[in-house]
Design a protein around this ligand. Structure first.
Ligand code: FAD
Ligand code: SF4
Ligand code: SF4
Length: 470
């Protein structure tokens, strides 16, 4: 048996220097070397009751894949992960491991947990660099399924159905497939070549991807099922509708929703000089980002890279920031300034109606609210100003509505998301399944992927039973 490494701290992730990376869009985290991966893998105790696996939403068999790393069987490790997760190179980079798998790791009781996400990334990158095995096109079973939306939910559902022989067409509103993975999460956290590889792999398996197609406008679900012959539809249309604070000054020039700001940067490459859809020049300017989640961190770190001084204004404290810890640490290292326990009350403009300042009020934490988190309460008379040229709102997203507004048969919950069976994704409309953010509200990549996986199983069962009943 290999010797256990009882060192308390996890191997640090090699990264670009903060003062270099805050001026470029290249990936920040560089990935473990083989030596570091072997050293980290040796920290795993291979626990019999493997609590880490229960912390992973798709139950990746963590001790098994880590044991394969110890044996230097990296392809074997990849195959173990791939049995339950279709996007390991993505999840190894963006999963909030500290609140999932790693939170349950026994090594975390005294010292750092095993770097499960970092090891997952190492294995996935090793596979992508070394594997020559191309995906094969499975034999068609003659049944057709449509998928609406090409985020992690839609891509996973499409891939799993294609493997079973279904003829799958993915309809995507934007000009590129990948959902938030391409339009939201910046290149410096998740290189787009990784997402493109996944999409290309699906195409090799026979999945058709129709971009620039807004289901509900260009084509309806009824048409897909009645005229195009799809026997089932999976809806994975996400939660990309930005929410606003509804404070005075939101219509000023220089106020963006994080969604628009990030889409322009990530999808439209607004940071390049030759971009067709540039954003305002932020060199030497000040940006105030409102919010404390991953979306706020991404907007802040993008603004920094565009040459701005950046403030993150968040109404709770540092401890309560909902973003992944790593993203907060990276933002601090890159020079983003946190103004926590503060809330904006007004955005002020100049004579040209451009943003000139954000009026904020200090907050303190009161009694816990319904979510169990302590409610932020304004401190009377504590108003102050942050001079800023640009304000970015990252306070949450709602359901994408285009499809739902043209599909009244679909039952929604009180928040406007699709009401679907939590396991199968079955909706109120026979043959229509749903999963990911459009069901749960804004959540995580791995949860969306898990929902797409479950729905693929349910769709297969639905079509098989319907065929048998004929
Ligand atoms: P999405 O990824 O939103 O994909 C939905 C797709 O459907 C989109 O491409 C959209 O254009 C398309 N669509 C919508 N309506 C239609 C229509 N009518 N017709 C055709 N297509 C349509 N999660 C993490 O785990 N870790 C992170 O670090 C993280 N960071 C994030 C950073 C940002 C900026 C954002 C916005 C989210 C982040 N998340 C993160 C959350 C995560 O990305 C989402 O939970 C996940 O992408 C949801 O997947 P999905 O497939 O349900 O939807
Ligand atoms: Fe952890 Fe995410 Fe991998 Fe699951 S998929 S083991 S939560 S990094
Ligand atoms: Fe390894 Fe930690 Fe999982 Fe135990 S809990 S098997 S040490 S990763």
């Amino acid at each position: 048996m290999a010797k256990i490494n009882m060192r308390l701290d996890k191997n640090p992730m090699p990264s670009q220097d903060p003062n270099v990376r805050n001026k470029n869009f290249l990936e920040v985290a560089l990935g473990y070397t083989e030596e570091q991966a072997l050293d980290e893998a040796a920290r795993c105790l291979n626990c019999k009751n493997h609590p880490c696996v229960d912390g992973c939403p798709v139950n990746v068999r963590i001790p098994e894949f880590i044991a394969k790393i110890v044996e230097k069987d990296y392809e074997g490790a990849y195959q173990v992960i791939h049995q339950t997760s279709s996007l390991p190179a993505v999840c190894g980079r963006v999963c909030p491991q500290e609140s999932q798998c790693e939170m349950h790791c026994v090594r975390g009781k005294k010292g750092d947990p095993v770097g499960i996400g970092r090891l997952e990334r190492f294995v996935a990158d090793w596979h992508n660099a070394h594997s020559t095995e191309a995906p094969e096109k499975p034999q068609s079973n003659g049944h057709k399924v449509a998928v609406v939306g090409s985020g992690p939910a839609g891509l996973t559902c499409a891939g799993d159905l294609a493997k079973k022989g279904y003829e799958v067409t993915v309809y995507e509103a934007l000009h590129l497939a990948g959902g938030v993975l391409v339009y939201g999460i910046p290149e410096f956290r998740l290189p787009k070549t990784i997402v493109q590889k996944e999409v290309d792999g699906l195409k090799v398996m026979g999945v058709k991807v129709e971009t620039n197609t807004v289901v509900g406008r260009t084509i309806t679900i009824d048409e897909l099922m009645q005229e195009y012959g799809f026997e089932a539809v999976f809806v994975g249309s996400g939660a990309g509708l930005p929410m606003f604070m509804h404070i005075p000054g939101e219509n000023l020039k220089g106020v963006y929703s994080a969604n628009e700001f990030l889409t322009r940067i990530n999808l439209m490459k607004a940071y390049r000089e030759d971009s067709d859809t540039p954003i305002m020049d932020l060199k030497g300017k000040t940006v105030a980002v409102v919010g404390g989640g991953n979306v706020a961190m991404d907007a802040a770190r993008c603004s920094k890279r565009l040459g701005a001084e950046v403030y993150v204004v968040y109404r709770r404290g540092m401890e309560e920031l909902p973003a992944r810890h790593e993203e907060v640490e990276h933002a601090i290292e890159e020079g983003v300034i946190f103004k926590t326990l503060n809330n904006p009350v007004e955005i002020l403009g100049d004579e040209q109606d451009c943003v000139r300042a954000m009026k904020c009020i200090e907050m303190e934490l009161g009694e816990p609210d319904a979510s169990g988190r302590r409610r932020p309460v304004p401190v009377e008379g504590s108003e102050f100003f942050i001079e800023a040229d640009c304000a970015i709102e990252a306070i949450g997203q709602g359901a994408n509505k285009v499809l739902l507004s043209t599909f009244p048969e679909m039952k929604l919950n009180k928040w406007g998301y699709i009401e679907a069976d939590p396991v199968t994704g079955a909706t109120s409309v026979p043959g229509v399944f749903a999963g990911g953010d459009i069901v749960t509200g804004a959540a995580t990549v791995i949860l969306a992927m898990g929902a797409g996986k479950e729905a693929a199983v349910a769709i297969d069962k639905y079509i098989t039973e319907k065929k048998a009943a004929k």
